[in-house]
Design a protein around this ligand. Structure first.
Ligand code: C5P
Length: 228
């Protein structure tokens, strides 16, 4: 069987519930994504508990500080053996280089470019006078030249990013399984399905609520896996 690119986002406040969900859907996903909220609530202990499920861990902490501090943080999480970690490209070249140097050889270091919560007005208010798109491309180039493994990007961007960075490792969140009943509605046009993102060049598909909030999470994960 080929490698499963789905990383399940475990955005549940309770550790026992997160672990139970991970165990249930384990056969249908390729990894587990733990974010800042999980890490602040449950720390290294929580990551160890989830790692016992036996799937690769993506530790999505979006680190952003001076190079020395980020490198020390990356060293501190080394013991957790994450397969993927994230840093903010806006932290600059030296920060990214030092983060990559501090990571273990089995850990991919991936850059976050522009948060999707920021619009052009928000960017202008922090002194960025570029469109979100242009700023994301600029930061992607910086991440590439700093030696990072790839970037987090949307399903709409991944094909263009892949053309510029052929061997990059691209993580795509914000996916929604194609629903045969709504697929052709005009207001569904902007939705990218897991299959479309994979075909466009995504290395990892981050999927949370379509699985975690499904009536039957195992069936939801199985159905998504079957489309790939
Ligand atoms: O929407 P869903 O529950 O599938 O989100 C999966 C994960 O992707 C969440 O942890 C969310 O924080 C993350 N995400 C992201 N960037 C986005 C959209 C979602 O990092 N633009």
């Amino acid at each position: 069987m080929h490698h499963n690119p789905i990383y399940l986002a475990l955005d549940l406040p309770r550790l026992d519930a997160a672990e139970a969900l991970a165990r249930k859907v384990k056969a249908h996903v390729g990894g587990l994504k733990l974010g800042l909220e999980f890490f602040c609530a449950h720390g290294a202990h929580g990551v160890h508990e989830i790692a016992k499920v036996g799937l690769p861990i993506f530790l999505d902490l979006k680190l952003h500080d001076i190079p020395n501090t980020v490198a020390a943080a990356v060293q501190a999480i080394h013991v957790l053996q994450p397969s993927i970690i994230t840093v903010h490209a806006a932290g600059g070249r030296a920060m990214m280089e030092d983060a990559k140097a501090a990571a273990g050889e089995h850990t991919r270091v991936v850059a976050v470019t522009v948060l999707t919560s920021l619009d052009e007005g928000d960017l202008a208010s922090i002194g960025v006078n570029a469109s979100a798109h242009d700023q994301a491309l600029r930061l992607a180039e910086l991440a590439h030249s700093a030696g990072l493994d790839g970037i987090v990007c949307s399903g709409h961007e991944v094909a263009a990013v892949r053309r510029q960075w052929k061997d990059g490792f691209f993580i795509v969140p914000g996916l929604r399984p194609a629903d045969p009943h709504t697929k052709h509605h005009a207001d569904q046009k902007r939705i990218v399905s897991p299959r479309e993102a994979r075909d466009a060049g995504a290395s990892v598909l981050v999927i949370g609520r379509p699985i975690s909030r499904a009536e039957d999470p195992v069936e939801a994960a199985r159905a998504i896996e079957a489309t790939l």
